[in-house]
Design a protein around this ligand. Sequence first.
Ligand SMILES: Cc1cc2nc3c(=O)[nH]c(=O)nc-3n(C[C@H](O)[C@H](O)[C@H](O)COP(=O)(O)OP(=O)(O)OC[C@H]3O[C@@H](n4cnc5c(N)ncnc54)[C@H](O)[C@@H]3O)c2cc1C
Length: 170
Amino acid sequence: MTTTIGIVGAGIAGLHLALYLQKHGIGVTLYSDRAAEELSSGKLPSSVALMGATLGRDGELGTNHWERPELGTFAVDIRVAGDPPLVLHGALTQPFLFIDMRVYLPTLMKDFTSRGGKLVVARCTAADVGRLAAGSRRCSRVSRSALPTSSPSAGSSPGSFAGSASRTHS
Ligand SMILES: Cc1cc2nc3c(=O)[nH]c(=O)nc-3n(C[C@H](O)[C@H](O)[C@H](O)COP(=O)(O)OP(=O)(O)OC[C@H]3O[C@@H](n4cnc5c(N)ncnc54)[C@H](O)[C@@H]3O)c2cc1C
């Protein structure tokens, strides 16, 4: 029997795990509540500093598209107001890298699908997980109001879920 792993959530953790399993020849279906276009045209979800361990994984997975010596945060200065102020300076042994998550996550989704990975756009509930484990490939239908707010691009609005709980990108 061929093993296929389902992963719910295409943040950094879900994408790295999916790409890692894929690299080792294990079939993966990745479920994301937002399509790449919705992520790239939506609000900035958070400003994540990619630290050494994350950048190391990106290197191993072939997903560090931003590896250039001039990019990175090499030191941190903290100043806490007071009399006297508290001032701390730290040089980082492993620089941080800030990549806009509206660029980073869609880029890794594209890496995953271009290598043959299956990405299903659907919001999965806890109850769906049991059904997925039993062999179903779909998450239950979701009402528009249950979806997170974002600024979806034309043609990819949550409304396009009508009639189908999920969309597959591969
Ligand atoms: C303002 C802010 C700043 C931060 N700064 C840093 C930082 O500098 N460095 C750092 O390491 N971390 C930082 N973090 C934490 C950072 O968000 C996490 O490190 C990282 O994004 C976690 O990735 P994740 O994949 O575990 O989760 P998430 O990024 O939360 O990804 C989960 C994904 O799953 C999707 N999802 C959720 N539920 C479902 C569902 N039911 N069905 C389908 N899809 C679903 C979500 O839409 C999301 O895309 C910050 C967080 C915030 C809010």
